[in-house]
Write a new protein. Structure first.
Length: 274
């Protein structure tokens, strides 16, 4: 075996290890970590995609069965970041609010720490509704939105879910997506899920995006909306280009571990008015 082929095999092995650990990977990060050009990484991903070992997406790759990842599998990925994001999100919750919690492991972590009185929580997530029902928080009322069950997400979607949302007036919606891109917008697994989140955003006075850093520069599935369509982004970290974009569009950014992690523009006013 030539040294060139041996180096390629080592890169391929590293890429697959990253996918097994995190579920997705980005071209820019792989190029930096492996010390090669992004063009080399694109060729590596194309080769592995031809072998049906991964699926290429805009800006990177995901596991071949990424769309069918179970809730339990996703819950353990980047778990520390998700817990930190949830605790930062809790700072936005006020007693007496009406909230929406999206399907997904990060919003689920928020459900586990909700402790304010007089909350009305709406969700189409089976695990989140179950966790809230078991929490014995007397001041939290939980409504599970009806619809058709999507097994791998453990969520409810469809016309019934969308119809229920059309009658709601939410104080705040905490949403989650599978990809965040400046060019491709906010994307999620299926069009059915995207329609539900669009309905949530119309029903909410304030929309908060919960996302860990692994989601940036990925486009996975249909578009929910643009990054500038949300009021606040809560994340463990954020690329500088995204921070500039948020600042230009009056979107507040709250980063875990940074008590002053918001932007100084009119975003803070927008947050308080919501």
């Amino acid at each position: 075996m030539s040294s060139t082929q041996r180096m390629a095999d080592e890169r391929h092995r590293y890429v697959l290890e990253q996918l097994q650990q995190y579920g997705s990977c980005k071209v820019s990060e792989l190029a930096r970590q492996l010390g090669v050009s992004e063009m080399t990484i694109h060729r590596d991903l194309a080769h592995l995609a031809r072998l049906n070992l991964l699926r290429k997406v805009h800006g990177g790759a995901v596991l071949r069965n990424y769309i069918e990842q179970t809730f339990q599998d996703r819950a353990v990925q980047n778990h520390e970041a998700k817990v930190a994001i949830a605790r930062r999100a809790l700072e936005l919750v006020r007693p007496g609010s009406s909230l929406y919690l999206a399907p997904g492991s990060t919003a689920h972590e928020l459900a586990l720490v909700l402790d304010q009185q007089g909350l009305q929580v709406y969700t189409n997530s089976l695990p989140t509704a179950t966790a809230l029902a078991r929490s014995n928080q007397a001041g939290v009322s939980v409504t599970l939105l009806g619809g058709q069950v999507v097994g791998f997400v453990e969520a409810l979607v469809g016309p019934s879910t969308e119809a229920a949302l059309s009658d709601l007036k939410l104080t705040c919606a905490f949403i989650a997506v599978t990809g965040v891109s400046l060019e491709g917008g906010l994307t999620i697994y299926t069009e059915e899920e995207a329609r539900v989140i669009r309905g949530v955003m119309r029903a909410a006075r304030k929309t908060v995006l919960l996302t860990d850093a692994s989601k940036y520069d990925l486009v996975v599935g249909p578009q929910v909306g643009r990054l500038e369509d949300v009021h606040i982004v809560i994340s463990d970290s954020m690329p500088e280009s995204y921070r500039r974009h948020c600042q230009a569009h009056d979107v507040e950014v709250l980063l875990c571990g940074d008590p002053d992690g918001g932007l100084e523009s009119g975003a803070s006013d927008r947050r308080n008015q919501a």
